[in-house]
Design a protein around this ligand. Structure first.
Ligand code: DGL
Length: 272
């Protein structure tokens, strides 16, 4: 495996860019190939079988780009597919859930943690399972917020409609006296200011992206796969692929990432 090969990152859409941003911040020398499944978003309301099928196709596509490791920058795909695909493919693969769960258990002071995510992630109960393995006394309250992902995909990050929907979703959690809330969908850090305002300053918001990038860094070091090259200004250091609406994605990615995204290529992902 070539240590200067890129890292593959994927999500159902733009949400995984919050993880890509953190990887770029923590590992500025690494090259990255991002795939956003914009034709088939959202994953959160799809079945386990479907999300596993989509994940396999995307991993097969990323492998054609010779990636040295893959980050499933999507909680839903991590919840449903990670266990299956890590056995099937001969490339290191990590998800985002373990990192977020560890960070939340470390952050809580009163042992009451909330998790917001898609219907798939919350329904899978995976955050509760991982947190309880670390500390069986932790109380976890999950809340699915299915409208958050489409609001983010539509760019409605600061909008009265978003405020209204967020208030309704989060009111249930406010009654549970949680002191820590996991943003358990990679789209949600983009709604951080809205969620933070509604939950109040006493609730710590956990964005698993930071810990995921740390986990990736440790993994690359352990496998002697960390990039040895210096910062490369070449345009193809970061490459972006989607399954639909490439231009819309390019504009969004440019607004999130520290450098301009020049182009995004559309891929017929069903063929992989
Ligand atoms: N961003 C994804 C996640 O972390 C998926 C959102 C969706 O496609 O429903 O779960």
């Amino acid at each position: 495996m070539d240590r200067n090969a890129p890292i593959g990152v994927f999500d159902s859409g733009v949400g995984g860019l919050t993880v890509a941003r953190e990887i770029i911040r923590q590992m500025p020398d690494e090259r990255l190939v991002y795939f956003g499944d914009t034709a088939r978003v959202p994953y959160g309301s799809k079945s386990r079988e479907t999300v596993i099928r989509y994940s396999r196709q995307i991993i097969r596509f990323l492998l054609t780009k010779n990636v040295k490791a893959i980050v499933i920058a999507c909680n839903t795909a991590s919840a449903y597919a990670l266990e299956t695909v890590e056995k099937e493919f001969d490339v290191p693969i990590i998800g985002v859930i373990k990192a977020g769960a560890v960070a939340a258990v470390r952050a809580t002071r009163n042992g009451k943690i909330g998790v917001i995510g898609t219907e798939g992630t919350i329904g899978s109960g995976i955050y509760t399972e991982v947190m309880k393995q670390m500390n069986p006394d932790i109380e976890v309250t999950g809340k699915a917020c299915p409208l958050f992902c489409p609001l983010v995909e539509e760019g409605l990050l600061h909008d009265s409609v978003t405020d209204e929907i967020a208030s309704r979703y989060l009111s249930e959690l406010k009654g549970r006296f949680i002191d820590t809330l996991v943003l358990g969908c990679t789209h949600y850090p983009l709604l951080r200011s809205t969620v933070g305002r509604i939950m109040g300053g006493d609730v710590t918001l956990v964005n698993p992206a930071y810990e995921t990038a740390l986990e990736l860094k440790a993994l690359l070091a352990e496998k002697e796969l960390a990039c040895g090259c210096a910062e490369d200004p070449a345009a193809d250091k970061y490459r972006f692929y989607v399954s639909d609406l490439a231009e819309k994605f390019t504009a969004f990615a440019t607004s999130i990432l520290p450098r301009q995204v020049k182009e995004t290529e559309k891929i017929p992902i069903e063929e992989y």
